[in-house]
Every structure is written in structure tokens, then in C-alpha cells.
Design a binder for this molecule. Structure first.
Ligand code: SAM
Ligand code: SF4
Length: 483
């Protein structure tokens, strides 16, 4: 063997000889962010190192989202780039994790550049798959055959994995997500989630609270409880039924936790008053409700298999505002759902005007394979029309957001600092060389101000001096001591 060949070989097997460096690229919702944090923690426990350096990593994992076609297209284009990179670095391991892995399985594994395909229910085994691939295992397909029939064994493995994670890989200092339920049983006709995340399973309250205690011991101050229909959380134990309101009450008692949020809520009467009452009574439960309506047309809501009318939805908001007068509400909408007429769309515009959201996430309908709406094969609203409706609804919402945020002018707000702002060019304020930081209020307003980055993870008071529809800008007043 020539000296050159020797070094090529060493370079090839180097990752398995030293601490391999893993880069994780994450797409999608908070659920995915949490999964990325869990995967990171688990890989670190297995002796691997994490790196931000995508160019020079030994393992490239992509945590994927399947909710819209666009998210999947972005993953495929990343995989295309990785294929080129692997031509010069054949030892690099590429893994696709999450919803898209579950949805496409073998189709993804058939791509030359992909070594591991791991669905959401298989992530407890991710360290084993990665080390296997680093040690030369060629292809690993780990998806769940019958995802809608979660086995006891699988549920236990996920529970163990989730409870054991040390959660030290938080993207934002002192803030953490805690899943209270997995999967979804609602089968909204457009949505792929029930097919890739499996049936709804609520975690035992004890496991959730233990996890929050562990996080608090580790310095976490703000916890967001996660579930696809988080307000539907229900767990029966010892003759008692626990709902989200009970979890929030128990979590409020955990020393060190200052803020509790929960997403995403499904518009339903069940437990609604109880949850809102806990919000009103507890200073820790933030006055923020993410309650997607999806449409303002009863006809479209029925076709979407959403179990409420626009009137019932607005009545829930009215009730929420009666119980928690200063509650801040956010929404989600899909425009261009099959069969959505101009009249249907106008009803959505009407609902948005009445709801007065802080902000609304507006999506163009994207047919997802396997869902009822896709199977009916009627993606019959032209893309041009979807775009136009999207822009129109965003404009309506933007005016409302602007009005609501301008009320903060001149006021002091409490902010939990996240870290350096990713868009410092948006507010060119010279503040004696201090960098621009970003944080959030309890009601999820984004606040940008200048200060030292060591404040990341701390509570501060900021005086608001300028507002835009989605962001408040201000000046640091004081740091708030929460110890
Ligand atoms: N479970 C939550 C709920 O019921 O509102 C949200 C789940 S989904 C990950 C987040 C948002 O994506 C939804 O509220 C919906 O507005 C949007 N969405 C889901 N499927 C979609 C599709 N096929 N096309 C466009 N938007 C979609
Ligand atoms: Fe999807 Fe509907 Fe379940 Fe939300 S409630 S995850 S939109 S099926």
C-alpha cells in the first residue's frame, strides 16, 4: 500500500476511530425541534460530537417535515447537494430522520447518498444506526410498518427515550419543549401528520412533571408543552382523569419554572374553560393561545373534517377573552383548499377580521399523498389564486397585527432573551457597540433590542420605542432577577 493509499484509508475510517462529528439540519414545527434536541442529546451520550460545520461533518442528519410539499422539496434539494459532496467524501454518513423518512422509507434509501432512513417512532435507536453506518453498515431502513398501530413496546421505547434525555441541547438557553402527547387521531382531510406520527398517545402526567423538574434543575425557566391537539390531553389514572389544566397546575408548582406555554390547541369545548381558568389564575401560565381555525367557511371546515363551525370557533375566542381579558391569540389558515370559492374565502377574511389575532400563519393548500383530500384528487384552486388569497389574507392580518403591536409603544415589557438577532439589519440602532438581541414576551411577541449577549436565557425589561406588525423594538431597562 502506498503512503497515499494509507492516508486515504485513514481518512475514510477516521470517523469511526475518533469522535465523529454530526451535523443536524432541522426542518418543520416545534415537534421537530424537540426531536432534534432529543437526537442531539442521545448522540452526545453515545460519544459523538455535534457540529455547526455542515461542510466538514462526518455525519449529516436531516430531520424532515412532510406537512407541505415545499418542505419535502427542500430536503430533496439538500440531498442532491449531499450527493455531490459524497463524491469527494465517500465516508460521510447521510441520514434522513422524521416524518419524510416515515412517509417515503425505501424510496429515500434507494438514493445513492442516503445511508439511514429513520422514522419518528424509531429515533430511540438513532445512535445505534449512526454508529453502525460509521462502522461500515451500508443501508439502514427504520420505519414503522403499521404506524397507526403503535405497539406497547414502541410506546415504551419512545417514553423511555424521551424521559431519559438530559435536554442539554437546547437551541435557546433556558427554554425547553416538553411533549405531552404524540401523534394525532383527528385526520383533518388535508393533513399527513396522523399517517407519519401515528395515533394519539398521551404521556403519563408523572413522566411529564418529572421531566419539567429535571429541566428546571438544569436552569430552564420557560417550558412549552407540545401536542398536535395539546388541549385534548387526557390521561386516566387511579380513578382520576388528568387534562391539560391539571398538567399546567402541576407544572406551575415546579420551582424555577417562570413561564408555561402550550401549543397547538384544537378548537373544542372539551376542557376549554378549565384550561383558560388556569391561565387566568396562574401567573406562570402565559396568556397566549395558538388556536388554528384553518378556514372561516363552514362548508370548507366540514370538507376539512374540522369539527366546528366558524361561529363556534368565534364563540370559543369570545369565551377565552372573557376568562382571560388580555389573552393574545394566534391562528393558522389554509387558503385554496379544494373547492374553496371566492365566497368561502371572503368568509375566511371575515373571520380573520373578527378574531383579531396577534399573528396568523397562512399556508397555500398542498396536497399530501394518502390524505382524504388528496385521494379525492381535486386540487382545483389555481396556484395563482392560492397566491393571491394568501397575499390578501396576509395583508388583512398585517394591519390587525400592526394595530395590536403599536399598543406597546412607550410601554415596558418583560422579555426572555433568546440570543443574537438573526436579522440585525432590520433595526440599525447604534447602541454603543452592543449587538442586537432577540427575545419573546410571555404572549409570544418578538422583541429586538441592543445589549450584551450574556443576557441570553435571562429575563429583562425592555421599553418599546418602535413597532412593526410582527416585531417590537426597544431599549433595555433592567435585568429581572428570578432567583
Ligand atoms: N395540529 C395542529 C392543528 O391542528 O392546527 C397543526 C399541525 S400542522 C403541522 C401545522 C399547520 O400546517 C396546520 O395548522 C395547517 O394550517 C398547515 N397544514 C397542514 N397540512 C397542510 C397542507 N396539506 N397544506 C397546507 N397547509 C397545511
Ligand atoms: Fe393534522 Fe388536524 Fe391532527 Fe392538526 S389536528 S395534526 S391539522 S390531523
Amino acid at each position: 500500500m502506498s503512503v497515499f493509499d494509507f492516508y486515504v484509508q485513514i481518512l475514510y475510517i477516521w470517523p469511526s476511530m475518533s469522535t465523529a462529528r454530526v451535523h443536524i439540519k432541522s426542518f418543520g414545527c416545534q415537534m421537530n425541534k424537540l426531536d432534534t434536541a432529543l437526537v442531539s442529546a442521545c448522540l452526545k451520550q453515545a460519544g459523538l460530537a455535534l457540529t455547526d460545520d455542515a461542510e466538514n461533518c462526518d455525519v449529516f442528519l436531516i430531520n424532515t417535515c412532510s406537512v407541505r410539499s415545499h418542505a419535502e422539496q427542500r430536503v430533496l434539494s439538500h440531498l442532491g447537494n449531499l450527493k455531490h459532496i459524497k463524491e469527494t467524501r465517500p465516508g460521510m454518513v447521510v441520514g434522513v430522520v422524521g416524518c419524510m423518512a416515515q412517509r417515503l422509507g425505501g424510496e429515500l434509501l434507494a438514493r445513492d447518498e442516503v445511508d439511514i432512513v429513520c422514522g419518528p417512532a424509531q429515533i430511540p435507536h438513532i445512535a445505534e444506526f449512526v454508529t453502525g453506518a460509521l462502522n461500515g453498515k451500508k443501508k439502514t431502513l427504520a420505519v414503522t410498518e403499521e404506524i397507526r398501530r403503535a405497539s406497547e413496546e414502541q410506546t415504551l421505547a419512545l417514553e423511555e427515550f424521551e424521559s431519559a434525555a438530559d435536554g442539554s441541547d437546547r437551541a435557546i438557553p433556558n427554554q425547553a419543549y416538553v411533549r405531552v402527547m404524540r401523534g394525532c387521531n383527528n385526520f383533518c382531510s388535508y393533513c399527513v401528520v396522523p399517517f407519519v406520527r401515528g395515533p394519539e398517545v398521551c404521556r403519563p402526567p408523572k413522566a411529564v412533571i418529572e421531566q419539567i423538574k429535571k429541566l428546571a434543575d438544569d436552569g430552564v425557566k420557560s417550558v412549552t408543552l407540545l401536542g398536535q391537539r395539546v388541549n385534548a390531553y387526557e390521561y386516566r389514572q387511579g380513578g382520576k382523569t388528568y387534562c391539560l389544566a391539571d398538567l399546567l397546575e402541576m407544572a406551575s408548582e415546579v420551582e424555577g419554572i417562570q413561564w408555561l406555554k402550550f401549543v397547538t390547541s384544537y378548537p373544542s369545548e372539551k376542557f376549554f374553560d378549565k384550561i383558560l381558568q388556569v391561565m387566568a389564575d396562574s401567573s406562570k401560565v402565559c396568556n397566549y393561545l395558538h388556536l388554528p381555525a384553518q378556514s372561516g367557511s363552514d362548508r370548507i371546515l366540514r370538507a376539512m373534517n374540522r369539527h366546528y363551525t366558524a361561529g363556534q370557533y368565534l364563540a370559543l375566542l369570545e369565551k377565552a377573552r372573557a376568562i382571560v381579558p388580555d389573552i393574545v391569540v394566534a391562528g393558522d389558515f389554509i387558503v385554496g383548499f379544494p373547492g374553496e370559492s371566492e365566497v368561502d374565502f371572503k368568509e375566511t377574511v371575515d373571520l380573520v377580521k373578527k378574531a383579531r389575532y396577534k399573528n396568523a400563519f397562512i399556508f397555500k393548500y398542498s396536497p399530501r399523498p394518502g390524505t382524504t383530500a388528496e385521494k379525492e384528487g381535486r386540487d382545483n384552486v389555481l396556484d395563482e389564486v392560492k397566491k393571491q388569497r394568501n397575499t390578501e389574507l396576509l395583508d388583512v392580518q398585517s394591519k390587525i397585527s400592526d394595530e395590536l403591536s403599536s399598543r406597546f409603544l412607550g410601554k415596558d415589557v418583560d422579555v426572555l432573551v433568546e440570543g443574537l438577532s438573526k436579522k440585525p439589519h432590520l433595526n440599525k440602532v447604534e447602541a454603543q457597540g452592543w449587538p442586537q438581541l432577540v427575545g419573546r414576551t410571555a404572549t409570544d411577541y418578538i422583541v429586538v433590542f441592543n445589549a450584551g449577549v450574556s443576557l441570553a436565557g435571562q429575563f429583562v425589561k425592555v421599553k418599546i420605542t418602535k413597532t412593526s406588525p410582527l416585531t417590537l423594538f426597544g431599549e433595555l431597562q433592567t435585568q429581572i432577577n428570578t432567583d
